[in-house]
Design a protein around this ligand. Sequence first.
Ligand SMILES: *[C@@H]1O[C@H](CO)[C@@H](O)[C@H](O)[C@H]1NC(C)=O
Ligand SMILES: *[C@@H]1O[C@H](CO)[C@@H](O)[C@H](O)[C@H]1NC(C)=O
Ligand SMILES: *[C@@H]1O[C@H](CO)[C@@H](O)[C@H](O)[C@H]1NC(C)=O
Ligand SMILES: *[C@@H]1O[C@H](CO)[C@@H](O)[C@H](O)[C@H]1NC(C)=O
Ligand SMILES: *[C@@H]1O[C@H](CO)[C@@H](O)[C@H](O)[C@H]1NC(C)=O
Ligand SMILES: *[C@@H]1O[C@H](CO)[C@@H](O)[C@H](O)[C@H]1NC(C)=O
Ligand SMILES: *[C@@H]1O[C@H](CO)[C@@H](O)[C@H](O)[C@H]1NC(C)=O
Ligand SMILES: *[C@@H]1O[C@H](CO)[C@@H](O)[C@H](O)[C@H]1NC(C)=O
Ligand SMILES: *[C@@H]1O[C@H](CO)[C@@H](O)[C@H](O)[C@H]1NC(C)=O
Ligand SMILES: *[C@@H]1O[C@H](CO)[C@@H](O)[C@H](O)[C@H]1NC(C)=O
Ligand SMILES: *[C@@H]1O[C@H](CO)[C@@H](O)[C@H](O)[C@H]1NC(C)=O
Ligand SMILES: *[C@@H]1O[C@H](CO)[C@@H](O)[C@H](O)[C@H]1NC(C)=O
Length: 398
Amino acid sequence: MATAMSCGVSSVFLLFYVFTSCLGLFSGGETFKRQVSVELNPGLTVTPPGGDLLHVRAVGDNDTLHFLFCSQGAPTLLLVHTNSSSSTVKVDWPLFLARNTSGSLRVEPESSILYSTAVVFSRLLEYDDVNDTADPTSDPFPPYELQNFTWSRLNLSGPVALLCGAASNFTNGSLCLQLSVFQSEGRGELWPRLIHTANSSQMGVWLDGMLPRANRSRFLLELQAVSGAYPLSRVEVHRSIDDEYTPSIFKVSQWVSSVNGSSDVLGFVQWKPVAYRQSNPALEDATPCRHSDPRPQSSEKTAASSGLIRAFYSEPDTFALNVSFGLAGEPFYNSTQFLSWTVLVGVGSPPVDSFSPLVVAIMAVGLGTPVVFLLLGGLWVCIRKRAADSTTAYEPIN
Ligand SMILES: *[C@@H]1O[C@H](CO)[C@@H](O)[C@H](O)[C@H]1NC(C)=O
Ligand SMILES: *[C@@H]1O[C@H](CO)[C@@H](O)[C@H](O)[C@H]1NC(C)=O
Ligand SMILES: *[C@@H]1O[C@H](CO)[C@@H](O)[C@H](O)[C@H]1NC(C)=O
Ligand SMILES: *[C@@H]1O[C@H](CO)[C@@H](O)[C@H](O)[C@H]1NC(C)=O
Ligand SMILES: *[C@@H]1O[C@H](CO)[C@@H](O)[C@H](O)[C@H]1NC(C)=O
Ligand SMILES: *[C@@H]1O[C@H](CO)[C@@H](O)[C@H](O)[C@H]1NC(C)=O
Ligand SMILES: *[C@@H]1O[C@H](CO)[C@@H](O)[C@H](O)[C@H]1NC(C)=O
Ligand SMILES: *[C@@H]1O[C@H](CO)[C@@H](O)[C@H](O)[C@H]1NC(C)=O
Ligand SMILES: *[C@@H]1O[C@H](CO)[C@@H](O)[C@H](O)[C@H]1NC(C)=O
Ligand SMILES: *[C@@H]1O[C@H](CO)[C@@H](O)[C@H](O)[C@H]1NC(C)=O
Ligand SMILES: *[C@@H]1O[C@H](CO)[C@@H](O)[C@H](O)[C@H]1NC(C)=O
Ligand SMILES: *[C@@H]1O[C@H](CO)[C@@H](O)[C@H](O)[C@H]1NC(C)=O
C-alpha cells in the first residue's frame, strides 16, 4: 500500500513538473504598449531646405520616448526618453537650419529627460579586396561621407520612414535607410527577423544598384553613437542555441552604454552579424559581418556632420565603430549589386530572443514523450505490484 501511494505521488509530481516547465517556456504573455504619433518637420509649414526632420512620439503609461530622425547632414536617429507623458519637442527652425548652435532643438521640460542617445550613419567605406582576404585595411578607396549625399525627402507610411540618397560620385544606385517605430512587441517580417519592443526602433540600411569602384569591392559602414552621459562604449556578443528566426546565425551583437562598469544598460544598438545580398533573400544570400571595437571620436567632427547632433547636444560624447560586410571567399558586391543590413536602436535593456511556440512544442514532445513513457511504465509496475501484493494477501484465505 505504501509503495503504491509513493508511486502515485511521485507520478503526480513528475506530471506537474513537466506541465510547469512547459508553461515557463511560454511566459512573457503581457506586452507593453505605447501610443505612437508621427509628425514631419514639427512646427514648420514649408519644407525645410537641406533635409527633413521626423518626430515620432511614443507615449507610455507615464513616460514618453521621442524618436527624431533627420537628414540635415549625415542621417541621424536620436532617442530621448522622458519621465513625463506630456514632454514636447521644440525646434527653433532658423537656428536649427543654420547648424551652428546647440539648443536649437530641445525636449521640454528639460528636467524630465531620463536618457538620450543618438546614432549617426556617418560614412560608407569601400576597399578593393584584390586577394580576397576580406581585410578592410588592404586597399581602401576614399570614403563616401554620408553628410555629402543628396538625400530624398522622407517617404512616410505610418510609423515607417524611408530615406534614400546618393553621392555625387555614384554612377547608379542609392543608399537607403528605413526607420520603423513600433507600438508593441513583435518581430520583423524579413530576415534577420529581429525581435523588437515598444522601447526600440528598427533601422534597415541597404545599398542598391551602386556601381562599385572595383570588381572585387567590399564595403563597411561607419556608425557613431552619441550621448550626453553614459555613451555606448562596449559591444557584447551573445550566443544562442536557436537560429530559427535567422537561419545559420547563432550570435547577436549589442553595443551598449556602460554606467561605471555596472551591468545596467540605458541604451543600445543591437544587430545580428549578418547582411543579405538580395532584397528577398534566400539562405545562400546571407553574408556574415564583423564589427570593430568602439573608439572615442572627435565630438566636434560629429556635431559638424550632423544637424541633429549639433542642435540637441552641447557636450556630446562620441564612440564610433565600423561594420564590415563579407568574409574571405564570399561573392563580392558586384555579384548582386545589393547589400542590406538591419539594426535595432532603443532604450533600456536590449530584447532577448526566446523560443517560438513551435520549438517549445517540439521540445515538449521530445522531452515529454520519454517522461510519459517512464510514467506509464512506473504506473504499470505499481499496478502490477499492487495486484501481486493483493493476490498474495488474499491467498491465505483460500
Ligand atoms: C504610472 O502609471 C501608473 C498607471 O498607469 C500609476 O499607477 C502610477 O502611479 C504612475 N506612476 C507615477 C510615478 O506617476
Ligand atoms: C550661425 O550662422 C549664421 C549664418 O549662417 C550667422 O549669422 C550666426 O552669427 C552664426 N552663429 C554663430 C553662433 O556662429
Ligand atoms: C521625473 O519626474 C519628477 C516629477 O515630475 C521630476 O521631479 C524629476 O526631476 C524628473 N526627472 C528625472 C530625471 O527623474
Ligand atoms: C595581394 O597579393 C600579392 C601577391 O601575394 C601581394 O604582392 C599584394 O601586396 C597583395 N595585395 C594586397 C592589397 O594585400
Ligand atoms: C569621387 O571620386 C574621386 C575619385 O574616385 C574621389 O577622389 C573623391 O573623393 C570622390 N568623392 C566623393 C564625394 O566620394
Ligand atoms: C563633405 O562636405 C564637407 C562639408 O561640406 C566638406 O568639408 C568635405 O570636403 C566634403 N567631403 C567630400 C569627400 O566631398
Ligand atoms: C514611397 O514608398 C512607397 C513604398 O514604400 C513607394 O511605393 C513610393 O513610390 C515611394 N514614394 C516616393 C515619392 O518615393
Ligand atoms: C544604370 O542604370 C540604368 C537603368 O537601370 C542602366 O541602363 C545602366 O546600364 C546603369 N549604368 C551602369 C553603369 O551600370
Ligand atoms: C519599456 O520601457 C518602460 C518604461 O521604462 C518599461 O516600463 C517597460 O518595461 C519597457 N518594456 C520593455 C519591453 O522593455
Ligand atoms: C570588371 O570586370 C570586367 C569583366 O571581367 C571588366 O571588363 C572590367 O573592366 C572590370 N572593371 C573594373 C573596374 O575593374
Ligand atoms: C565581378 O567581378 C569579377 C571579378 O573581377 C568579374 O569576373 C565579374 O565579371 C564581375 N561581375 C559583374 C556582374 O560585373
Ligand atoms: C561613476 O564613477 C565616478 C568616479 O569613478 C563617480 O564620481 C560617479 O558618481 C559614478 N557615477 C555613478 C552613477 O555611479
